[in-house]
Design a protein around this ligand. Structure first.
Ligand SMILES: Nc1nc2c(ncn2[C@@H]2O[C@H](COP(=O)(O)OP(=O)(O)OP(=O)(O)O)[C@@H](O)[C@H]2O)c(=O)[nH]1
Ligand SMILES: [Mg+2]
Length: 192
């Protein structure tokens, strides 16, 4: 057989978690950036969720993630990212430990109309020692807050990057992932 082995570059795969509160755009984010057909576990929001799931701000929402989202993107010749989106509701928190196992970092997606919903994710990653950044998903018509304001409101360590994005746009989400990778490299440099 005539393989050109020297041309063959197998990328290393890394696991990234996409977390955040209910309805902030995690599934949208994984879906818009994935190069493979993403895997979603969406279930219809039923009457049972009335009074439990706060859809204010995302009234058009009809489904919710009950287990995970999965997508994949090749960032460079030698780097592949596997994206695992979490369910947004606290009642599915029991899945998180397995979802986060082996992850090199996380993106906490935030909606500035409901910033307090980010605390569950932020507390979780701080407790588990998983490096993360915050991606503010800029929904149409909502006020845009400066990253410093978001940082202060979330009481974040000054070193944690915050950036705005549009979860529906592939390039925007790619920039979020690159920001996370740069943050990981900075942390590694500091630790060395
Ligand atoms: N206008 C606008 N709508 C968005 C954006 N991102 C998501 N949406 C909509 O907001 C709703 C919530 O999006 P999802 O991606 O399902 O949110 P999620 O965080 O995965 O939700 P859960 O899994 O239920 O926690 C959907 O109706 C999306 O179409 C955005 O950037 N702008
Ligand atoms: Mg979801």
């Amino acid at each position: 057989m005539d393989y050109e082995h020297s041309d063959l570059v197998l990328p290393t795969a890394y696991k990234i978690v996409v977390a955040g509160g209910f309805g902030v755009g995690k599934t949208t984010m994984v879906g818009s950036v994935s190069e493979i057909q993403p895997f979603f576990t969406e279930e219809l929001l039923t009457d049972a969720s009335l009074g439990v799931d706060d859809v204010s701000g995302v009234e058009a929402k009809t489904t919710t993630t009950v287990a995970l989202d999965f997508g994949r993107i090749r960032i460079s010749q030698d780097m592949m990212l596997y994206l695992f989106g979490t369910p947004g509701q606290d009642r599915f928190l029991f899945i998180w430990d397995e979802l986060v196992e082996g992850a090199i970092g996380a993106v906490v997606v935030a909606d500035t109309r409901r910033l307090e919903d980010s605390f569950t994710s932020i507390d979780y990653f701080e407790r588990m020692g998983v490096p993360f950044i915050v991606a503010v998903n800029c929904f149409d018509g909502t006020r845009v807050y400066a990253t410093d304001e978001v940082k202060a409101a979330l009481n974040l360590d000054p070193g944690v990057p915050v950036r705005h994005c549009d979860a529906r746009k592939r390039d925007s989400v790619k920039e979020v992932l690159v920001t996370l990778l740069e943050h990981l490299l900075t942390l590694r440099a500091v630790a060395a």
